[in-house]
Design a protein around this ligand. Structure first.
Ligand code: NAD
Ligand code: MLT
Length: 311
């Protein structure tokens, strides 16, 4: 029997492709420390995680039977891929299943920022009917700057176009043809900072994108800009964001992801025009089933020595 350890509450309905295999045993793991994972990982042929479990070099070092690590989602930044590759362990992800969930969450954040929904709701729940305090702005006619026009960035562009926004984007790695077909104007990063009323980031966290939205970037932005990050913590320098929200340059910001997660004590959380969610971008019933099915199918293929699509 081959054994697959499933962590981080990956959707049970999505594990059907694994449970159908007579020679594969599925073990659902509880939250573990690195030490606990190091202790048990040697028994397993495959491991499935979302973002909570960190698959470090130490874990991989102890993983003597492991053939494949599956990420039920897009970002593989919680897995030490170099260590895995050096040990001959394949890393697969599920890049398509949560695109719509993350794009819809981005739209929810943008609308909530524009109309100050969380602050108004909080005040009303505290017994205060304060109609005057929450004058918002419309999305129609505003310029949305999208950094990273991949799957989620493109899905956001399409939805924002339906809100009659003008879309500009910066992405040095996409084909111009893709942007042209979507009626998105490709601009330099400097131009995006200068023109956008709303800025949303949709790229992976890499050495290149780490703190890409920093003091220097905020200086170039329009007064009253609103910022959204439903991609990865660390793309926005949170200390700089706080400074530019307090000095009034940034009218509002919405973060779903933080440089350190869980994040419960950031000074940003004290600001009324700051909206936060606890990494919920992919948290829809649909997306969680999609990514679990996709990754389970990839794990079966990898364990059988067949071709995997998303390595
Ligand atoms: P994707 O690979 O389809 O798109 C990423 C895009 O970023 C690509 O087009 C790439 O060319 C671009 N890019 C890379 N480096 C760049 C740079 N330096 N400047 C500008 N663009 C750059 O990925 P995706 O599925 O759209 O996911 C985007 C991000 O969202 C990832 O970080 C992913 O982990 C994250 N994500 C978060 C959640 C959540 O729960 N909040 C859910 C899904 C995905
Ligand atoms: C992803 O990269 O897919 C997200 O972080 C989603 C998740 O929370 O798993």
């Amino acid at each position: 029997m081959m054994k697959v350890l499933v962590m981080d509450g990956v959707a049970e309905q999505g594990l059907v492709p694994l449970r159908r295999q007579p020679d594969i045993e599925v073990v659902i793991g509880e939250k573990m420390t690195e030490d606990q994972l190091v202790e048990v990982i040697g028994q397993y042929d495959a491991l499935i995680v979302r973002s909570a479990t960190k698959v470090t070099a130490r874990v991989i070092e102890a993983a003597n039977k492991l053939k494949v690590i599956g990420r039920a989602g897009v970002g593989v930044d919680n897995i030490d891929r170099n260590a895995a590759t050096n040990k001959g362990i394949v890393v697969v992800n599920a890049p398509d299943g949560n695109t719509i969930a993350a794009a819809e969450h981005t739209m929810a954040m943008m609308l909530a920022l524009a109309r100050k929904v969380p602050a108004a709701c909080g005040k009303l729940k505290n017994g205060c009917w304060d109609k005057k305090a929450f004058l918002g702005v419309e999305l129609r006619g505003k310029t949305l700057g999208i950094i990273g026009l991949g799957r989620i960035g493109s899905a956001v562009a399409k939805r924002a176009q339906a809100m009659e926004m003008h879309i500009i984007a910066y992405d040095p790695y996409i084909a111009e043809e893709h942007a042209r077909k979507m009626a998105v104007e490709i601009v330099t990063l400097q131009e995006l900072f200068k023109r956008a009323d709303f800025i949303t980031v949709h790229m992976p966290k890499t050495k290149e994108t780490y703190h890409m939205i920093n003091k220097e970037a905020f200086e170039q932005m329009k007064d009253g800009v609103r910022i959204i990050n439903c991609a990865r913590g660390g793309i926005i320098d949170e200390a700089a964001l706080y400074e530019y929200m307090v000095n009034g340059k940034v009218a509002g910001a919405a973060l779903d992801v933080f440089e350190t997660e869980p994040c419960t004590d950031s000074p940003l959380l004290q600001l009324e025009n700051f909206i936060a969610t606890p990494h919920l971008g992919a948290s829809t019933q649909e997306a969680q089933i999609n990514v679990a099915v996709d990754v389970a199918e990839e794990i079966v293929a990898a364990l059988r020595g067949e071709l995997v699509k998303n390595a």
